[in-house]
Design a protein around this ligand. Structure first.
Ligand code: NAG
Ligand code: NAG
Ligand code: NAG
Ligand code: NAG
Ligand code: NAG
Ligand code: NAG
Length: 402
């Protein structure tokens, strides 16, 4: 009888004036049943079918609810647009969990678990949780060969305009928690992202090929970069972020394998770094091309940060063989203002610019970074870095080239 009802509901394609609920599509929400496949005897797939109906709804405002108090186990899905409604709203009130065993993933074509492609003016919010259950991916002890060699990003937005992602909890992604690529005019806010400090490659938010993006008022605790801005990021504002543990807010890495990479117009303001490996970091590989320019970090508070201010043009994570190369990504017009707090290493400021292509237009003002070791003074190091500074402790005016 119950089966009959859920089958009927599967077929009825319930909609109440543009309002959809995954429960109408036979989703169980018991945390065990795979809710991508509930109706598969009809070739109806609960979350996918609900998305199809939502995306075909002409609007004006179409909404899908993932209800409170339930846990939905779903496999990888591509929520493909474009949609007919000018505004699509996905409200995640409950919890969505990924398959916990890498070898049980049904596919990994998109490189993401939850993928939204070509959907404009998408709102995703609701206060719920997206749990990638990544721990089995992080350990090297996976015995069965997983279908996906590279662990997937938990939530990825491809080609979006007017995205608003807000008020959500993101947990334990197999890899990056949130990715944006080819997006514009989008805002990410009030996110709570968390994975263990030792989880590999679990960046909080990665942005590439995107412009006019604002990321604000979020807490990010993770095993890799809290936010990484990679190739094609421009006009990005990052404000009021609490980062740590993690590897800081990074521009890059850029220029791997001789790539032409460009990043510009980045503004990071009012952020806290607590116990992070880095604070404000720019990292490029030797041999790259392109540029990173017009980047400002200001009003930054540091607590026990290993590399508070870092430009690393010799980026070479362990395990890589990085021979000397002749080209480099050009770094220019980088400004640091109003930093205060503590460094857990002596070198609080390190501008390790390329020997081949100098950094230019570096400016520092009102910086005061002290050591966590009482009585020990912090120092600044510069290599081929041109710029000027005022009121900066450790003093950079003798190490910057003029
Ligand atoms: C930007 O997105 C907002 C919705 O978040 C929309 O109202 C506005 O029209 C968009 N602006 C542009 C220039 O696309
Ligand atoms: C970024 O901040 C600047 C300065 O406050 C503002 O002019 C600009 O519109 C902001 N851009 C975005 C994408 O939020
Ligand atoms: C980086 O992005 C720019 C455009 O923003 C593009 O022209 C270039 O091909 C990209 N580089 C790579 C290696 O994809
Ligand atoms: C940074 O930390 C201070 C002190 O704990 C706190 O008052 C402030 O709200 C934090 N800033 C952000 C952006 O969370
Ligand atoms: C720098 O910060 C330390 C620790 O907060 C403080 O004692 C010192 O007076 C500050 N220096 C300046 C120049 O503000
Ligand atoms: C930094 O060093 C320069 C050159 O030695 C000196 O003129 C300047 O007063 C120093 N600044 C501070 C804040 O100590």
């Amino acid at each position: 009888m119950l089966l009959l009802i859920s089958l009927l509901l599967c077929l009825l394609h319930y909609s109440h004036g543009g309002a959809y609920n995954v429960m109408y599509y036979g989703a169980k929400g018991d945390g065990k049943t795979d809710d991508t496949k509930v109706c598969d005897h009809n070739e109806h797939i609960a979350f996918e079918e609900a998305w199809q109906e939502l995306c075909n709804d002409v609007g004006p405002k179409s909404r899908l609810t993932i209800p409170l108090g339930k846990t939905f186990l779903v496999g990888p899905i591509n929520y493909q647009g474009p949609c007919k409604s000018p505004s699509i709203h996905v409200r995640i009130l409950g919890t969505i969990i990924a398959p916990d065993n890498p070898s049980s993933w049904s596919s990994c074509e998109t490189g993401a678990w939850l993928m939204f492609s070509d959907v404009n003016n998408l709102i995703v919010d609701g206060g719920g949780t997206i749990d990638g259950r990544g721990s089995a991916w992080w350990t090297k002890s996976i015995t069965e060969e997983p279908k996906c060699i590279i662990p997937p990003t938990a939530l990825h937005f491809e080609n979006c305009n007017g995205l608003r992602l807000r008020q959500l909890n993101h947990r334990d992604s197999p890899r990056n928690h949130i990715g944006l690529s080819r997006c514009s005019n989008s805002t990410l806010s009030n996110l709570d992202i968390a994975a263990p400090a030792n989880s590999p490659n679990t960046d909080g938010i990665d942005v590439s090929l995107s412009t006019y993006i604002h990321i604000h008022d979020s807490v990010i605790k993770t095993g890799d970069d809290c936010i990484a801005l990679i190739n094609g990021s421009s006009q990005i504002n990052i404000t009021s972020i609490n980062c740590g543990p993690g590897h800081g807010i990074s521009i890059g890495s850029l220029g791997i394998n001789g790539e032409y990479d460009i990043v510009e117009g980045i503004y990071v303001r009012n952020c806290n770094f607590t116990g992070t490996q880095n604070g404000a970091r720019i990292k490029t590989w030797q041999g790259g091309n392109g540029y990173a320019r017009d980047i400002t970090f200001e009003q930054i508070t540091l607590h026990n940060v290993n590399n508070p201010i870092l430009i690393d043009q010799y980026y070479c994570p362990s395990g890589n063989n990085c021979p000397t190369k002749e080209s480099a990504v050009k770094i220019s017009d980088i400004s640091y203002k109003f930093f205060q707090g503590t460094s857990s290493s002596r070198t609080a400021i390190n501008f390790d610019c390329s020997n081949k292509v100098a950094c230019s237009g570096i400016s520092l003002d009102q910086i005061n970074i002290t050591s966590t070791v009482t009585g020990e003074a912090t120092i600044a190091r510069c290599n081929n870095a041109y710029g000027a500074s005022s009121s900066t402790e450790p003093n950079t005016s003798t190490c910057l080239l003029h």
